[in-house]
Write a protein that binds this ligand. Structure first.
Ligand code: GDP
Ligand code: MG
Length: 137
């Protein structure tokens, strides 16, 4: 089952120079391909679209502020079961609950600054890819 997913290396990953480390983990999975990659600083309008499901939650405003606080690296990754697969590499949302060996488990401490976003379903992936790479995927 070949899929596409949107991955964001969040501003904390860029600031901490963990981009190469995280991309390597994705690249090493057999058969997965990075088919687009771009570093950019996200504006509020785009983040409001991306995180629409979280509007009104207590963590929403600080999350949007954090995600706009510096550049992110956005990637499209394609391959076998890549949606579930990148989520497994990332680990659960709370980095302290994430197992060592996962990206969040190895490098994260606080919930907001958990290094990586990855689409959580085929529907989310298609929606998010259109937001980040309009006309290109
Ligand atoms: P994800 O799919 O694992 O990234 O998690 P969610 O979609 O539930 O939340 C989106 C992002 O909001 C997370 O990656 C965190 O950066 C942040 N977040 C989620 N839940 C919390 C929370 O309870 N507290 C804080 N501070 N941030 C949160
Ligand atoms: Mg999510």
């Amino acid at each position: 089952m070949t899929q596409r997913t949107l991955v964001l290396l969040k501003p904390d990953a860029v600031r901490r120079s963990l981009v190469g480390e995280i991309i390597s983990r994705i690249e090493r999975k057999a058969g997965w391909q990075i088919t687009a990659l771009e570093q950019r600083t996200l504006d509020r309008a785009l983040l409001e679209q991306h995180y629409a499901e979280h509007v009104g939650r207590p963590f929403y405003e600080p999350l949007v502020e954090f995600m706009a606080s510096g550049p992110v690296v956005a990637l499209v990754v394609e391959g076998e079961r890549v949606i579930e697969g990148v989520r497994a590499l990332a680990g659960p949302t709370d980095p302290i609950a994430a197992a060592p060996g996962s990206i969040r488990g190895d490098y994260g401490v606080i919930v907001r600054e958990n290094l990586i976003h990855a689409s959580d379903s085929e529907e989310s992936a298609e929606r998010e890819l259109k937001i980040f790479f309009p006309g290109r995927v």
